[in-house]
Design a protein around this ligand. Structure first.
Ligand SMILES: *Cc1c(COP(=O)(O)O)cnc(C)c1O
Length: 386
């Protein structure tokens, strides 16, 4: 099989359009109002309805969602925020944006997620919040320590950028009482082009985030701010979700059932093909609950395997190089053994809604060949499970 016949396998991730996005955007452009409009508000109501929550606050990005959520939770200078090092750098930058100190924690190498124990071990008197990352779409259950966190005044803010549509038990992520942040960036499960959403815990928190996202301006209900009489009631940023982006999101939400089905099916195809392969540790997903966002394996000689697959035009990636060793975050560096090991072994295979079974077969067959050519086994570095 020639690599050039598999263009979709070249892409590690890709947006998937359902077809009516163009029309929806054209309608907004012709309407002449591109900022925060009733289209944005309709998107908020539709997302809230989908998740089964009373309210949802649209913002410009997942990073803006995390930033405004941290501000609304009162996290600021002097506070410590527990954050896994194994995440996209945006999670950490949001903590720095409020002037707090990230306290990096390790993750379980089988899920790339934090556990209640890993979190509790990191709590100090300065801890104001914990940002569990729902890595690859996996729900993170901190209910065992919720009461203790409440008593200590530690707010849980879920970074659910990967996890739109996933469930905690029967409830959708966002509907289990935590302050939750979604990203609707270009390659997320649902895209607005760029966008994000905060699921607030209370109406007051929703008001605060609505003020923060609009330069501190309080809008009259239902209306665009009247430029002759608006009131600036506090600190704020230009973080609202444009109607252009919201219009894309509304079409994406209509198509979301297909996203769930396709992602689950592709993930299972990968799992079946990877299970018999020696030297591959799949980062497992409970597809009953999670809408998978990534397909990741741990392999020996990762950099060589990566280069071999790239050489065959396969869009492999690394999610993510650990943050605690990044130059910008060295002030908060610490030793995190599982993250450091995983950081050297992790490999993301192409995963998006354009992939066919033949694409996945091409990827997994190529991976098998690449592993054989590097010796194919972890040897003394066999991945530990757990
Ligand atoms: C994408 C992402 C973000 C940030 O979302 P943007 O919409 O890109 O700002 C935050 N955390 C994680 C884990 C992400 O993958």
């Amino acid at each position: 099989m020639s690599a050039s016949t598999r263009p979709d396998a070249r892409r590690n991730a890709a947006p998937y359009l359902y077809g009516r996005e163009n029309e929806a955007v054209a309608q907004v452009l012709e309407g002449g109002h591109y900022g925060h409009t009733e289209v944005t508000e309709e998107f908020e109501r539709r997302i809230a309805g989908f998740l089964g929550v009373p309210d949802a606050v649209a913002v410009a990005s997942g990073t803006a969602a995390l930033h405004t959520a941290l501000l609304a939770a009162g996290v600021g200078p002097g506070c410590e925020v527990i954050v896994p090092s194994m995440t996209f750098c945006a999670t950490v930058q949001a903590v720095l944006a409020v002037g707090a100190d990230p306290r990096f924690v390790d993750v379980y190498p089988t899920t790339l997620c934090v556990s209640d124990q890993l979190v509790m071990d990191a709590v100090t008197d300065r801890t104001a919040a914990v940002l569990p990352v729902l890595f690859g779409g996996r729900p993170v259950d901190l209910s065992v320590i919720q009461e203790e966190l409440d008593q200590r005044g530690v707010v849980v803010i879920e970074d659910a950028a990967h996890a739109f549509g996933s469930r905690h038990g029967l409830r959708r992520v966002g509907a289990n009482g935590a302050l939750t942040c979604f990203s609707f960036g270009p390659i997320k499960n649902l895209t607005c082009g760029q966008g994000g959403m905060v699921i607030p815990r209370t109406p007051e928190e929703a008001d605060t985030i609505r003020r923060l996202r609009l330069l501190g301006v309080v809008q009259p209900p239902g209306g665009r701010a009247n430029t002759t009489s608006y009131r600036v009631e506090g600190f704020g940023l230009r973080y609202q979700l444009s109607a252009i982006n919201a219009a894309i999101g509304l079409v994406q939400l209509d198509g979301f059932q297909a996203a769930e089905d396709t992602r689950r099916r592709s993930w299972q195809t990968y799992r079946d093909a990877l299970a018999p392969l020696d030297g591959v540790a799949l980062i497992d997903v409970d597809v009953e609950h999670a809408v998978p966002h990534l397909c990741q394996v741990r392999v020996p000689h990762r950099d060589t395997v990566f280069a071999t697959l790239r050489g065959r035009n396969i869009g492999v990636g690394v999610h993510y190089p650990p943050n605690h060793t990044q130059p910008a975050f060295t002030a908060w560096q610490r030793h995190l053994p599982a993250t450091e090991r995983v950081g050297e072994e992790i490999l993301s295979l192409p995963f998006h809604q354009h992939l066919t079974e033949a694409d996945i077969d091409f990827v997994t067959t190529s991976l098998e060949q690449a592993l054989k050519s590097v010796g194919g086994s972890f040897g003394h570095r066999r991945p530990r499970l757990g």
